[in-house]
Design a protein around this ligand. Sequence first.
Ligand code: SF4
Length: 459
Amino acid sequence: MNAPIEERAHALFSPSSAYTWISCKASTAAQLGQPDDSSEYADDGTASHDVMRWCLENKTDAATYAGRIITINGREFEVDEDRIEYVQMYVDGVRDRIKAYELTGATVTMFVEQRLSIEHITGEKGAKGTSDTVLIAVWPDGRAEICVIDLKYGRGVEVIAERNYQAMIYAEAARNEHADFYDFTNVRIVIHQPRVNPTPSEWEISPADLQQWIAETAKPAAEQGMLYVESVDFVPLVIGDFNPGEKQCRFCKAKAVCPALAQHVEQTIGADFEVVAGNADDPEKIAALLDVDLLDNDRLGLIYESLDLIDSWAKAVRGRIEHELLAGNAVPGTKLVQGRRGARQWTSTEEAESTLKAMRLKQDEMYNFKLISPTQADKLLSKESPRRWKKLEALIVQRDGSPSVAPESDKRPAIVMQPVADDFEAVDPNGRLASMAEVTAIVNASIAEAVTEDGEDLC
Ligand code: SF4
């Protein structure tokens, strides 16, 4: 039985899941009662948000908290060099922005991790969301701008500010919260994902356009979603209520058990997969497979569009099966086994060290001395001693990345490769450059001639 809406700790239609509930109206109902395993990545991000809050509230730098251990959902995260560097980039970005506003004559007020009501957007009683940083800049002529600055700590997919549903909801919630005191003429959305891009992504929208989007897109989606939530115990969801897609399904808790996503995967690869998987053990049928058309590049391209979605679905299904087995529930065709043993480690480093010393081992036998990497040298010297860093920089080489497959929409320029057949050129007996296909034809012709002349196969 689902908990009554008022009793739930988190908003059902939260800003962070806005893309999911706006794109797939059945998703909120489908996620009710599904296991809510927090991911290590999400907890890691929460730890960085804690550091960010300490810095902005206490006017400190991230390095102040070096070595501190933050516990989130039982997992421990250290404020290490990486966290210090990336959180500081966000904090510096906020401070630079405040200075930039002030240089134009504005007075700036900052709110850090402010709880904002989103009830007027989603209709969910008492629902709130937390915006990382909200800046309100007011100029002497009465103009005011509201700016929401979101910290994304992930290093996966780059998040863009333009039409970012989560940030648009935060911006509207912040605008609504402060609307009685300011006459906002502009809304600015900034998303800073320092581990992916040192430069924040930024987008502006007028308050009127933002409210229009809320009224025409966000609000109706939440209303529709709420209808499913309220009727989920009585009216079964039908496949047409779902809308599978890479972005909306990525963080959906129903992913592993969603019938629409499973159907989407089956439709994408199903037919081809059945042909191959169903006949793999049967030599006669394998021979018959030779008559089956192999996938051409058009079909591969079509499948590629769904690969990320299929990949995340497969991970979710594995995770759900593990969850069921660990809970003692049988999943036919699967079982739990002991995984590979971890790496050996000392029970006590100090004790191991003193024992090794007592054995009179030499220093270089006991310890590994390793030269620091260019990245470590960069951190150590580039700011403190640019001159010395310049000398070292001359000693650094970096391999080009290997070519990798990306979607057509990727910002990087395409590497143009010549088809393999054109890559291999050879000189024929007449001194002319011949393609590999021509060379093969020449060789085959010579073999045929040799067989005919000698009456036996020379190969
Ligand atoms: S997995 Fe995708 S299609 Fe299924 S409920 Fe979630 S968002 Fe909707």
